[in-house]
Design a protein around this ligand. Sequence first.
Ligand code: ATP
Ligand code: MG
Length: 426
Amino acid sequence: MKKTYLNEIPNLVDKEIEVYGWVHEIRDTAKFLFIILRDSAGKAQILINKEKTEIYNVAKELHHEDVIYVKGIVKKSEIARLGYEIIPNEIKILSKAKHPLALDVTGKINAELNTILDARYLSLRRDDYNAIFKIQSALVRYIREFLYERGFIEIFTPKIIKFATEGGAELFQVKYFDEISYLAQSPQIYKEICSGAFEKVFEIASYYRAEKSRTPYHLTEFLSFDVECAFYSYHDIMDLLESLMKFVINKLYEKNEKEFNILKCEKINVDYKFERIKYDEVISILEPYGIKWGDDLTQHTLKLLEGKIGKKFFFIIDWPTELKPFYTHEHEDNPKITKSFDFNYGFLEIASGGERIYNGDKLVQKLKKMNLNPENFSLFIKALDSGMPPHAGFGLGISRLLLILTNSKNIKEVVLFPRDVDRLIP
Ligand code: ATP
Ligand code: MG
């Protein structure tokens, strides 16, 4: 007989089944011992009659998080909280948990974030964290589904690199035999090169930034979802991102209702056109607060903006050239601004993107202007000089999106094993 998963038992009434899982809760009464068994798919009540001494002798030794095997008959029950119960004919202990445990898996006793992260081996068994990472898995799946359906190619670029792409300060150094290398901050130039062959590419991978700032939104290792498309303008890319977001979020609410119910979080409405607000307009909205043209939009500034326009998805477009990375394409009729965008939910930036410089000479000029050494980019310049089409793309922080969707407070909650200035373990 094969393992029955606990979500299958409503279809197996009066049948004998074999289940495996963890002891989630134990309730002791005069005549019965009630055990709530948990597995990756659900929970079920095991009803042990104390008069059945052989089984009761095993069951009375059980503690929270012990792993057990139960063979028994499924019964429908009017009183059981879960609607069904299993009447056991055999119980075996497969693995004992040593008490006290670092965390209460039922979630009844709340724990500090640090405890939750230190004891990930237990907190991932909690209904809420378990739901968050099931949503993450589905989110990535629906992104892939959307893009494969539209002819995208999934790529895998190197994470150990020789030269920086997003500015030198935030790089982690890696000793690479006898030379120095770095951990990639983004797949930028590699995805651009790939778009010059496959046209439409995407990658979902981790990147590294030596961010010393302690914010609820920054990690030193973060999961990014990157897209690059040849022959797309930045408006085409925003169209793509907008339809992708609507598809993925609607599909999550449709297919993952169980997980969202566990988290008790309200659905985010995506049923509107995501506005494209020019950077200039943002500045005029924020002028009364002393914000002027050329200023970067800090989180504090963006919170003021959220206060004015509300908490929703929107784009800020046409950023000053000075505020965007060297590869960003300028507007032909006004080189002070770029064909670029940030994609936000309220104050929180979720993605950045835009059109890229696709001419080698132009890139060399730009690198020199920004005091960067063109020699470090010789491979990329060769690629641009070998027939590179106009192209555009974006990078989106998966965990920031997951944080919003699950109504979490800190990005560390929605990352399995987060890395930040203070955390390298577990
Ligand atoms: P921020 O201004 O919020 O620090 P950024 O503009 O430096 O972000 P980009 O280089 O535009 O970041 O990266 C694209 C996306 O990757 C961001 O919009 C964000 O969602 C995500 N991201 C970037 N850095 C981090 C980080 N340190 N931790 C988590 N996510 C990040
Ligand atoms: Mg950005």
